[in-house]
Design a protein around this ligand. Structure first.
Ligand code: ADP
Length: 402
């Protein structure tokens, strides 16, 4: 079964055409600068063929038209008719409490996604544009919405309620939702496969460390707590996002510097994190390079980043009442032995002990714990697109049974 996975942002559309039964991609790419001058589609085929196409890609509907054209093209394509796309899986960022799992897109589902525009103004409207575009170009093909938040929908109330008046939850839907659900779910399933144990018997902590970072406690396959909250700003330090901050700091800075809502929002989301502390970059590679050259602020940013992950691991071991495996994923989690080493240092008392050689090996997927370590520690490359394709397949399968 071939599934087209789409991730539509404000000015970009990322896509992969996946053969979900073989768990391989046939083609993948992105359209960047949608709606701007110099829009460009980059397509990569599994055999290495790559092409860039520029054009007037004014909106998401035209972007999808370009993507379908390249997938169908004689020289660079991978399919010969639209009928070879059996379903479309859409990444939808915010499902709030409306969606607890992946769903077939219907008018009612579209209304639900729209109802959540208010709490996810930066994501849901663009995700919906992608859905509408596919309804135009692939009208007879089932479409499925896969929500970033859905994996976290069973988090208990004591972990999702904030310490503010309860009416803010009931009236304005303010609570912890959590994000990166497809990534945490994917690596958790893979960890259970590597351990050859039923996920229902495991206590796992998964660290997704990319530009955005989040950490999740998973008990018996269910997310019981996660570091991102009402929005993807809470929790770990990120590339440009602050993560946890005393809320009074924001009020104080707004008053002191005369910042309005939008300026404060930009400060916390775009000018904070690794970038804000180091003054060097939001990119962990550059932060590490500068740190190794003696830049003290880069070292501080690195230390804050790793310390906070360590602190959350401690909290989540307590929340889980034990730990079978710790997983690192995302661009930093997969590629930085320095971060993994700093995070896991002096954690033997929690059952976490990593091996220096294994941690620095070039393998992409690997166990990195010593034989003394009570918990396993894995590096597992994430594959959110494959997870979305697998979810889409499950939803489409239930349709066929009906
Ligand atoms: P996104 O969250 O946008 O998908 P990624 O998961 O690709 O991002 O992660 C991007 C982050 O991964 C950047 O901070 C980048 O510096 C970091 N990264 C990639 N390779 C390495 C590496 N070899 N060492 C340290 N950090 C790395």
């Amino acid at each position: 079964m071939n599934i087209l996975v789409l991730n539509c942002g404000s000015s970009s559309v990322k896509y992969q055409l996946i053969d979900v039964d073989k768990k391989i991609f046939l083609a993948k790419g992105s359209v960047d600068r949608v709606g701007m001058s110099g829009a460009v589609l980059t397509n990569q085929r599994a055999d290495g063929d790559e092409i860039k196409i520029t054009g007037d890609i004014l909106d998401h509907t035209i972007a999808i038209e370009y993507i379908l054209a390249v997938l169908l093209s004689k020289n660079h394509g991978v399919i010969s008719s639209k009928g070879e796309i059996h379903a479309v899986g859409h990444r939808v960022v915010h499902g709030a409490e409306t969606f607890s799992g992946s769903v077939l897109i219907t008018d009612e589902v579209i209304k639900g996604i729209r109802d959540n525009f208010e709490i996810a103004p930066l994501h849901n409207p663009h995700n919906l544009r992608g859905i509408n575009a596919c309804q135009t170009h692939l009208p007879n093909i089932p479409q499925v919405g896969v929500f970033d938040t859905a994996f976290h929908h069973e988090i208990p109330a004591y972990a999702y309620v904030y310490g503010i008046p309860y009416s803010f939850y009931t009236q304005h839907k303010i609570r912890r939702y959590g994000f990166h659900g497809s990534s945490h779910a994917f690596v958790a399933i893979r960890a259970s496969e590597l351990l050859k144990k039923d996920i229902k018997k495991l206590k796992l902590i998964t660290c997704h460390l990319g530009n955005g970072c989040s950490i999740t406690a998973i008990d018996k396959g269910i997310s019981i707590d996660t570091s991102m909250g009402f929005t993807p700003l809470e929790g770990l330090l990120m590339g440009t996002r602050s993560g946890d901050v005393d809320p009074s700091v924001i009020l104080y800075v707004m008053a002191k510097e005369g910042l309005n809502y939008s300026e404060a929002n930009t400060l916390l989301n775009k000018h904070s994190g690794l970038q804000g502390i180091s003054g060097v970059s939001s990119d962990m590679r550059e932060v590490i390079t500068e740190m190794n050259e003696g830049n003290k602020k880069a070292k501080l940013a690195f230390d804050v980043f790793c310390y906070r992950i360590k602190k959350y691991i401690g909290a989540y071991v307590a929340a889980l009442g034990g730990l079978d495996a710790l997983v690192f994923t995302g661009g930093i989690g997969e590629n930085s032995p320095d971060v993994r080493k700093a995070v896991c240092e002096n954690m033997e008392y929690l059952g976490i002990d990593i091996d220096k050689t294994a941690n620095s090996s070039k393998e992409k997927e690997k166990p990195i714990h010593t034989s003394k370590s009570q918990a396993s520690v894995f590096v597992i490359p994430t594959n959110e697109e494959l997870m979305i394709a697998m979810e889409t397949k499950e939803v489409v399968k239930t349709l066929k049974k009906k």
